[in-house]
Design a protein around this ligand. Structure first.
Ligand SMILES: C[S@@+](CC[C@H](N)C(=O)[O-])C[C@H]1O[C@@H](n2cnc3c(N)ncnc32)[C@H](O)[C@@H]1O
Length: 307
């Protein structure tokens, strides 16, 4: 695996360490608001304890919409239709256009969130490489924003929202409801995982399920943040000690609880590698690790299943 990034400037480095603190504070604010509304406006005093999952989902949905949807000066959401100028993209956002341009055939978009990737799919759609796209988004609080972006980007005949998590049973049921026939050979030519595998509750099972839904010769397109690769026993991958420590600190401060179950310490690359073991490994496994000096290092690239 190549390390392609030059060392960060001092300010980039500091920003890379504190960025999760800002996100954590922001998501905590949304959680506190949702808990207050649940108790004082809806009168559901015990819901934050006994319906904790629902309350957290609502809070995460609001946080993610606030975080990912740009607004004009009047606070009206801006639904972007154009592919952003690549030179304006920073961090993980800069990795996405190139990876998504490889999507083709029947596509599963896992956890599309509020649909920030839609302009890229629209770009693909015009090139007719992606025939049908299914977006599996379990957080229903995000569906309205997602649908707006699908419409704004002219993808309504091509992009179908599945109210399902990336779990084989849920996906197959949701696909059957859409009239898709399931066979043992897999369904998808492309599975897109952008900033989602950090949040699935059982990564080994989920990634194995996704692998089994991939057609022979199909591809997984990956842009995922992962555990900082720092190791006391030979730091070959260029990880960073302080960034690794800060990942643990943010985790202890409740990162997973407040940020939709997101795990900062996940070794997603190993799960991906292991998923194809039953077939003797992937045909090609081409991942780069980026931003290894930060608390949000990323893996990005393309994995191809054997024929
Ligand atoms: C950090 S957001 C990323 C959204 C989008 N992919 C992006 O990059 O803008 C993570 C998304 O994954 C979704 N998610 C969480 N658990 C999931 C699961 N088990 N299956 C599918 N999606 C899931 C969340 O609802 C959320 O929309």
């Amino acid at each position: 695996m190549d390390i392609v990034d030059p060392p960060p400037s001092f300010s980039e480095y500091v920003l890379g360490l504190v960025q999760p603190a800002v996100l954590l504070a922001w998501s905590f604010k949304h959680y506190a608001v949702v808990v207050s509304e649940t108790i004082f406006l809806r009168g559901q005093i015990l819901a934050p304890i006994f319906r904790s999952r629902q309350v957290r989902d609502e809070a995460f949905g609001r946080f993610w919409i606030n975080f990912s949807v740009a607004r004009d000066e009047k606070g009206t959401p801006i639904v972007d239709k154009d592919v952003p100028d690549p030179s304006t993209l920073r961090g993980s956002s800069a990795l996405i256009p190139d990876i998504l341009s490889k999507a083709r055939g029947v596509v599963l978009d896992v956890g599309p969130g509020s649909g920030t990737q839609m302009p890229y799919f629209a770009d693909l759609a015009t090139k007719e490489k992606a025939s049908t796209i299914y977006g599996a988004e379990p957080c229903v609080g995000l569906h309205t924003e997602l649908r707006q972006r699908i419409l704004a980007n002219g993808l309504d005949s091509k992009y179908h929202i599945l109210s399902a998590a990336a779990d084989k049973t849920q996906l197959v049921d949701a696909l059957r409801r859409e009239g898709v026939q399931f066979n043992d050979e897999g369904i998808f030519d492309t599975i897109v995982c952008i900033r989602v595998l950090c949040s699935v509750p059982n990564p080994a099972q989920t990634i194995s399920d996704l692998y089994s839904l991939l057609q022979p010769g199909g591809q997984m397109l990956i842009v995922e943040h992962v555990i900082n690769p720092f190791s006391l026993f030979g730091n070959r991958k260029g990880g960073n000690f302080l960034a690794r420590v800060m990942q643990t600190v943010y985790t202890m401060l409740g990162w997973r609880f407040f940020i939709g179950d997101c795990d900062l310490l996940r070794d997603t690359e190993t799960y991906l590698r292991n998923a194809a073991e039953r077939d003797g490994g992937w045909k090609s496994f081409d991942l780069e690790t980026r931003f290894t000096w930060s608390t949000l290092p990323y893996i990005s690239g393309v994995l191809v299943k054997r024929n």
